[in-house]
Write a protein that binds this ligand. Structure first.
Ligand SMILES: [Zn+2]
Length: 67
């Protein structure tokens, strides 16, 4: 499998996350990044108020070792 995310993955595996934010109520949802995600992209319906959310942040974080 080719990784879509370049980075120092010799030791630490980077996982990419997408934050969806509701402009109406401020609800934030963190989910795994999906290909095609970008900041300001319209995302899923808000689970609280039903308004359309938008991607507010895409970021990578190192996977912590299990334990
Ligand atoms: Zn909302």
């Amino acid at each position: 499998m080719m990784s879509p995310v370049p980075g120092p993955d010799k030791k630490t595996k980077l996982l990419v996350y997408t934050i969806e934010e509701c402009p109406a109520c401020g609800q934030k949802t963190k989910r795994a990044f999906a290909v095609g995600d970008y900041v300001t992209k319209e995302a899923a319906k808000c689970s609280k108020c039903g308004n359309s959310t938008r991607v507010s942040l895409v970021y990578a974080e190192g996977q912590k070792p299990s334990g």
